[in-house]
Ligand binder design. Structure first.
Ligand code: AMP
Length: 593
């Protein structure tokens, strides 16, 4: 396929607001592709040249991309900036000039050719590499047509967001096969084990869904992480799970470890490759893991070697950083508590019962049991079949400064990417009526009046994820509870992903429109006092016909948050990992008990 044809698809998708339409357009695109093109096209659709869990760095910030454009088209920087400011999008500005200025050597490049050059840009390193990168991008801009330029220049600066989620791609692959979404469950299951959309697309092209049914975990490809359900009382937990295994719930961060022949990779819950951040954990793994190849998970938490106690999340989280890694590692040493085994020496453990996974894991980690000496430890466990044990374990965890407990169904399988009932968390309840915080997507913002008009942001619209329909629904407009620094930070983050129109995946009531929409990216943790019913939000909205004096009218009522306030940015979560509508409904129900 030629890149210009792909650019026309980008254009159609960008101007489509219905998710169903998008699914069909993507399916039509996938149908046209050869099996060794589809993976590349899928990465490009995501504005990338590799799966999302692979770190890629074009090494070209916005300034350099602008330099490449002005150099390629021989225009003045000032001239370009004026157009960029008026359009608000670098791609549209570049397209405008490219339409006017024809370069020598313009030709229709194939998708593969463009892909190879983008790869070259990421690979150029060392002295003089910046010039090489600039020259490669400028040459591309000279060669391709104007519409292609619009999309190409957004890629290095990560602003090609066409407004669909990974789930839309999965639906489209099913649609490509049969003109319906019937294959989505099988495709999604494979994606949960190998969340590389390019690989999934290519495998479907090669052997249909049958080939996907055989997909196994692969060391160094992260597996979507299982999530925990919640219940408000130990009795309900026992009723639900029967016999379980209790473990302390550490308030640190989750890591998925991939290990083969002494090579280690670490993935965050968001499937980011965070290997470089934790040299102490890597060393511990190399020392203490016996297996030849293994995928396992655990929670890393800061530890104070003087007092022998765990550190609160606010301190542990300081280890998530790009710079001064070694110094911080000395200041805040980590302990990693392993709790899950997913793959071992060629064998898939995902569908084995928890007890079996746990036993096999115990054999793979050298157990000295000395928390002062080892970095990698096994999470302690206790069998529980009554609420009394849960109460005791919970009190014990809280007294050690931990967050609560996790209860795992003894014969439960690992459910990749799902929030299943095989894991249930029981956390300390806060003083507010709802125990847990809510992870929301930032959907847009109002520019603000009064004191905060200086920050250019006065309130933001927050939403939860409706996983049944793959859309985001609003739950609160938040104008308080942020420090000045947080407002500035939020505005800065929003600037990179502002959108001229309301993204297709947002369901918003007219009354909740905002001055500026932002594309789905920023997840924030919100604490609120209560979940209430409200007619202005779309989360959980049901249309009800009511009879009034003037005849019948349709009334809508969704959920809203009372006194919402920001707790922290959740950079470890993707938009689809925000609190789901069904969780919210459950929280509402629990809070009313
Ligand atoms: P939450 O983030 O509140 O939904 O709770 C689930 C998270 O608890 C997991 O993603 C882990 O990061 C963390 N966690 C802490 N201790 C454990 C444990 N023993 N087993 C499983 N998850 C744990």
């Amino acid at each position: 396929m030629h890149f210009s044809e792909l650019a026309s698809f980008f254009h159609t998708i960008e101007n489509t607001s219905s998710r169903n339409e998008m699914t069909k357009i993507l399916a039509e695109l996938f149908k046209k592709l050869h099996e060794d093109e589809i993976d590349k096209v899928i990465y490009l659709l995501q504005g990338r040249i590799a799966p999302t869990y692979v770190k890629i760095d074009f090494g070209l910030g916005e300034k350099l991309v602008i330099k490449a454009i002005t150099r390629a088209l021989n225009i003045e920087h000032k001239h370009f900036m004026n157009r960029y400011k008026s359009k608000g999008d670098i791609g549209e500005a570049a397209e405008f000039f490219k339409k006017e200025i024809r370069s020598i050597g313009e030709r229709d490049m194939t998708v593969k050719e463009v892909f190879v050059i983008l790869e070259k840009i990421t690979k150029a390193s060392g002295g003089g590499s910046q010039d090489t990168k600039l020259a490669l991008l400028a040459e591309l801009i000279q060669t391709i047509d104007s519409l292609s330029t619009r999309y190409l220049v957004r890629i290095p600066i990560n602003t090609l967001r066409l407004g669909f989620s990974d789930m839309t791609i999965l639906d489209s692959l099913s649609w490509m096969l049969d003109g319906n979404k019937s294959h989505r469950p099988i495709i999604e299951r494979a994606y949960q084990i190998r969340p590389d959309l390019g690989y999934i697309g290519k495998t479907v092209k090669q052997g249909g869904v049958h080939k996907l049914e055989k997909v196994k975990p692969e060391v160094f490809t992260p597996i979507l992480m299982m999530k925990a359900q919640r219940l408000p009382t130990p009795q309900e937990i026992i009723d639900k799970i029967g016999k379980g295994i209790v473990e302390p719930k550490y308030d640190g961060f989750r890591l998925q470890v991939h290990y083969k022949n002494k090579k280690v990779k670490l993935f965050s819950r968001n499937l980011d490759d965070v290997t470089y951040m934790y040299p102490d954990i890597i060393e511990g793994i190399r020392k203490e893991v016996k297996a030849k190849e293994i995928i396992f998970e655990g929670e890393a938490i800061g530890f104070d070697p003087h007092s022998g106690s765990f550190l609160p999340f606010q301190e542990t989280v300081q280890r998530k950083r790009k710079y001064h890694i070694q110094e911080k590692a000395l200041e805040i040493p980590l302990k990693m508590f392993a709790f899950e085994l997913l793959f071992l020496n060629g064998n898939d453990y995902i569908n084995k019962p928890f007890e079996q996974r746990r036993k096999a894991l115990e054999k793979q980690i050298k157990l000295s049991g000395d928390i002062f000496k080892d970095t990698l430890l096994l999470s302690p466990e206790k069998i529980a079949d009554n609420d009394q044990i849960l109460e005791e374990e919970f009190d014990d965890a809280i007294s050690r400064g931990l967050e609560g407990i996790m209860i795992k169904k003894i014969d439960g399988v690992y459910q990749p990417g799902a929030r299943g009932w095989n894991w249930i968390k029981y956390k300390r309840s806060q003083s507010s009526k709802i125990d847990d915080s809510i992870d929301c997507l930032v959907m847009g913002y109002d520019v603000g009046k009064g004191k905060r008009s200086g920050f250019g942001i006065g309130a933001f619209l927050a939403g939860v994820y409706d996983d049944k329909h793959d859309i985001y629904r609003t739950i609160a407009k938040i104008g308080t509870g942020l420090s000045d620094i947080e407002w500035v930070e939020l505005r800065k983050r929003c600037d990179h992903i502002a959108s001229n129109q309301r993204p297709a995946l947002y369901e918003v009531d007219k009354q909740m429109n905002v001055d500026v929409w932002v594309k789905p990216k920023i997840v924030v943790e919100i604490q609120a006092d209560e979940i209430t019913r409200s007619s202005v939000h779309t989360a959980g909205r049901v249309m009800q016909a009511t009879k009034s004096g003037k005849g019948s009218e349709v009334k809508a009522s969704g959920y809203a948050l009372r006194f919402p306030r920001l707790k922290r940015f959740r950079d470890d979560k993707k938009p689809e990992q925000a609190t789901t509508l069904s969780e919210l409904k459950q929280m509402y129900k629990d809070s009313k008990q």
